[in-house]
Ligand binder design. Structure first.
Ligand SMILES: NC(=O)C1=CN([C@@H]2O[C@H](COP(=O)(O)OP(=O)(O)OC[C@H]3O[C@@H](n4cnc5c(N)ncnc54)[C@H](OP(=O)(O)O)[C@@H]3O)[C@@H](O)[C@H]2O)C=CC1
Ligand SMILES: Nc1nc2c(ncn2[C@@H]2O[C@H](COP(=O)(O)O)[C@@H](O)[C@H]2O)c(=O)[nH]1
Ligand SMILES: [K+]
Length: 482
């Protein structure tokens, strides 16, 4: 990456822009987005280890499209085991279906519908065979206590699981179009429901490459903190099937972290380990020396984060990523840019600065696949989910629930995140895959403007200029005349 001008100050994403260069990229779909950091990812996006962001549905959706989700450190070991096993049992080429039994109520259907971006729930009989589907429109003007069987319509299209191959996706898409539907039920050989397919999902199946482990199952990452028996927690997560470990704390450049990292490395000599967070070349080198393959970069840019206002500590994220990525590369390692991403352009800039992947939290909290329940603002009718920081009072209270009262009170002193915020779902783009579509469209285009066929070339060729806030403002679209 080269600067158009010499920076005189540290920069964040809004401070910089990419200059187009001569290109021989013939199509944006020819661009390769796979990161070279040892994870199985084919897409450089990671869903953050935040309680309001990543649970089983986020893990599944991210990996199916080639990305990675990180299970938060606060998830109890037995639940983490269940979640990882469940994700590893998920289909790779089609989705997990939402389903109800025939006597379940419309109320239950309405509660389930926003859990996934399918706009339909499958109704099953006692043998789990599909007998109909219910869409939001079928629930309108009905009593909420009516049974699903009373409002369901016929299953529009059924596809056998064994027939869902990458090559067959266009053909199945055509089948849905011919039937005038966006939804198909996938069935196992015994006729039971195996999953669901949507028209958008079929199209995505031809564009994205799932991120899978050596046995072809969806990949999963899991986080551990730096307190307690870190080695035992890491060993358990690996035994449960985690593919990537993330050792995570606010101040990654501290002795306790080096010790934790060494402990994790001792039980996981061959695992891919990410650790952070830091924002300096020194911090990066120390984490790599302590055993990290990937260094997580970012202190204070996060949308839920109050660290900079509480402590003044941190660093504008673009410069932090640039410096840390250079230090990591010199040692043959990589960084993830963590936090502060609000638009696809920010992802492109982080990768141009040399990050292998970009971690996104709050943006993804506002999607169907995040763990929270969908809520509706009574004034505007807009749907949202709640998000909160992992260093907020809310998260700390949750994390320390098993501690003695004195210890809990002591830990509650250091609050560095907000406990509640609303992340609105975008109209017609409420799924995390919709957001991945937007991010990858922006990124593919940015790379072709730079004449880059892959992420290594993108970093090498990117020409970055520094802009005033007026320059940034000029780039924003206008919803009405000035
Ligand atoms: N990227 C970012 O900007 C930030 C991210 N977070 C996220 O919040 C979550 C909780 O992290 P964390 O607060 O580290 O909690 P942890 O539970 O991981 O504990 C951190 C440990 O480090 C010690 N410590 C020493 N100095 C610091 C410091 N300046 N800040 C925090 N801990 C320190 C703490 O001891 P003692 O309590 O006795 O001081 C404690 O033992 C993580 O997911 C983290 O990524 C939090 C803040 C910033
Ligand atoms: N200082 C704090 N940082 C936090 C907290 N919770 C999460 N985080 C960090 O933010 C990123 C995600 O950033 P986003 O802009 O995409 O939301 C996450 O990975 C953490 O590093 C917090 O309470 N305080
Ligand atoms: K912030």
């Amino acid at each position: 990456m080269k600067f158009l001008h010499t920076p005189t100050t540290d920069l964040t994403y809004a401070d910089v822009f990419l200059v187009p260069s001569r290109s021989d990229v013939l199509s944006r779909l020819d661009v390769d987005l796979a990161p070279a950091d040892g994870t199985g990812s084919t897409l450089p996006i990671v869903a953050a280890n935040m309680t309001a962001v990543t649970g089983r549905r986020m893990l599944e959706a991210m990996a199916r499209r080639g990305g990675l989700g990180v299970l938060p450190q606060d998830v109890p070991a037995d639940i983490a085991g269940e979640v990882i096993e469940w994700v590893k049992s998920r289909p790779v080429l089609f989705d997990t279906a939402l389903w109800v039994r025939r006597h379940d109520t419309v109320l239950e259907v309405q509660h389930l519908l926003p859990k996934r971006n399918h706009a339909a729930v499958t109704v099953v009989d006692d043998e789990h065979r599909p007998i109909g589907i219910v869409r939001a429109a079928d629930c309108a003007n009905t009593d909420q206590f009516t049974s699903a069987a009373n409002v369901m319509v016929d299953v529009p299209v059924t596809v056998a699981a064994e027939d869902v191959t990458k090559a067959a996706l266009p053909e199945i898409f055509a089948k849905l179009q011919a039937a005038g539907t966006d939804y198909a039920v996938v069935t196992a050989a015994d006729g039971t429901v195996a999953g669901a397919l949507t028209a958008a999902g079929l199209l995505r199946g031809t564009i994205y490459t799932p991120a899978v482990d050596a046995q072809g199952r969806l990949q999963v990452a899991a986080a551990v903190g730096i307190n307690g028996d870190v080695a035992a927690k890491a060993r358990t997560l690996l035994e449960q099937g985690a593919d990537v470990l993330v050792v995570d704390t606010a101040h990654g450049h501290q002795q306790k972290m080096f010790d934790a990292l060494a402990a994790v490395r001792s039980v996981a000599p061959d695992a891919v380990i990410a650790a952070g967070n830091v924002v300096s070349a020194d911090g990066t080198r120390d984490l790599i020396e302590a055993g990290a393959d990937i260094v997580k970069v970012g202190v204070g840019p996060g949308a839920m984060c109050t660290t900079r206002m509480m402590t003044a500590v941190g660093r504008p994220q673009f410069s932090a990523v640039l410096e840390c990525a250079e230090a990591a590369r010199a040692l043959g390692k990589q960084v993830w840019a963590d936090g502060g991403v609000r638009y696809p352009r920010d992802v492109a800039l982080a990768l141009a600065a040399g990050a292998a992947q970009v971690m996104i939290g709050s943006w993804f909290a506002g999607t169907y696949e995040s763990p929270g329940d969908l809520q509706v603002d009574p004034d505007t009718g807009r749907a949202y989910k709640e998000s909160f920081g992992m260093a907020s009072k809310r998260a700390v209270q949750h994390r320390t629930a098993g501690d003695e009262l004195f210890e809990r009170a002591r830990k509650a002193i250091f609050e560095e995140g907000i406990s509640t915020s609303r992340m609105y779902l975008e109209a017609d783009r409420g799924g995390v895959e919709d957001q991945l579509d937007a991010i990858t469209a922006g990124l593919r285009s940015a790379m072709s403007y730079a004449g880059a066929h892959n992420l290594a070339e993108f970093h090498e060729r990117a020409l970055v200029g520094i802009q005033s806030s007026a320059g940034y403002e000029e780039g924003r679209p206008l919803a009405q005349s000035w």
